[in-house]
Design a protein around this ligand. Structure first.
Ligand code: HMG
Ligand code: MG
Length: 290
């Protein structure tokens, strides 16, 4: 498939990134990160998550983050919501979009959200209804699409089945997450080709973690499969609290550099984004992952 002229970037650093950083970070610094990302031209920012603070303490304070950010016109400020309680909190905080998250593996579903895949999908039904009533779009995630930390290999057909359920219940886009970064380019092509039989390609996104240095190759493989939306974290922040050893998302700066080299537009200013990555890495006292 021909490469696209433009790609939409979903900046997940303030959520997927910060949820797994050991160094505590204040609400003020989180707000600053979101504001800086928006001023670089990031038009979609996952700014926090409304999950149990006992499960993911790093995301406590997401309500305060949403109330304090300076909202730029045209920017979507999204939140992760595992259940109706989380959705109601996200709505009250003014999230412009929410995301529900399911897994392609039963063991990961249990460890991550304490229920089976089918129970999680049932749990999302009231979120979908409430979101529709409130006019809030919903994005869906499927985790462990190219491997599970507990079960190993995951069949592409199983990913397709879960992605199809999320799409059928009204998710406007389904992001396929290589949670532990074990995917390779060939497996990525097969995955998107299989899932595209059940969810239109223009409603799929790629979400790659870089544990084995394969994330950019996997993005390129997904581009060749006609995928035009990618999730990334500034400075390659983070990982997943329920996937030991998994490293952060593909770094937004590296992704942008790849896309620029291919002549693909994103609307994001690379120089400015590099500055944001340096800034947050200093605040966290960590090496910049880009
Ligand atoms: P549970 O313990 O089964 O929930 O957890 P529960 O309904 O029995 O409630 C237990 C307690 O949690 C209660 O409080 C509830 O009020 C509270 P208590 O009475 O004990 O004081 N609670 C909540 N508090 C705040 N916000 C909420 C909420 N819901 C219940 N929304 C639950 C189930 C889903 C809540 C829990 O397992 C959880 O929060 N899990 C979140 C896990 C998580 O955030 N993982 C990381 C994100 S996923 C990811 O990173 C992958 C992704 O990036 C894609 C990829 O890479 O693959 C998206
Ligand atoms: Mg992730």
């Amino acid at each position: 498939m021909a490469l696209p002229h433009s790609v939409r970037l979903v900046e997940v650093g303030p959520r997927d990134g910060l949820q797994n950083e050991a160094h505590p970070i204040s609400v003020a610094n989180k707000v600053q990160l979101v504001n800086e990302l928006a001023s670089c031209g990031c038009s979609y920012i996952e700014a926090g998550s409304f999950v149990s603070p006992k499960w993911v303490p790093q995301m406590a304070g997401s309500s305060e983050v949403f109330s304090a950010i300076q909202r730029l016109p045209g920017v979507t400020y999204a939140a992760l919501t595992p259940n109706l309680q989380g959705f109601e909190a996200a709505l009250a905080a003014g999230a412009s979009e929410v995301a529900v998250f399911a897994a392609a593996s039963e063991a990961f579903s249990q460890r991550n959200i304490n229920c089976s895949i089918s129970a999680s999908l049932k749990r999302f039904a009231p979120i979908m209804a409430a979101a529709q009533a409130a006019g809030v779009p919903v994005r869906g995630y499927v985790s462990c699409v190219l491997g599970c930390p507990y079960e190993g290999a995951v069949a592409a057909a199983q990913v397709a089945a879960v992605a199809h359920e999320l799409h059928a219940m009204g998710c406007r886009e389904v992001s396929l997450g290589d949670t532990i970064g074990t995917g390779t380019a060939g497996a990525t092509r097969t995955l998107f080709d299989t899932v595209a039989a059940r969810v239109p390609r223009n409603q799929l996104a790629g979400h790659f973690h870089d544990t084995y240095g394969q994330a950019l190759a996997n993005v390129y493989a997904a581009l060749l499969e006609g995928i035009t939306v990618f999730d990334s974290s500034v400075a390659g922040l983070g990982g997943c609290p329920y996937a030991k050893g998994a490293s952060g998302n593909v770094a937004s700066e590296d992704l942008l550099y790849l896309l620029q080299g291919l002549g693909i537009e994103t609307g994001v200013n690379l120089e400015a984004l590099i500055g944001v990555g340096q800034h947050i890495s200093q605040q966290l006292g960590r090496r910049n992952g880009s």
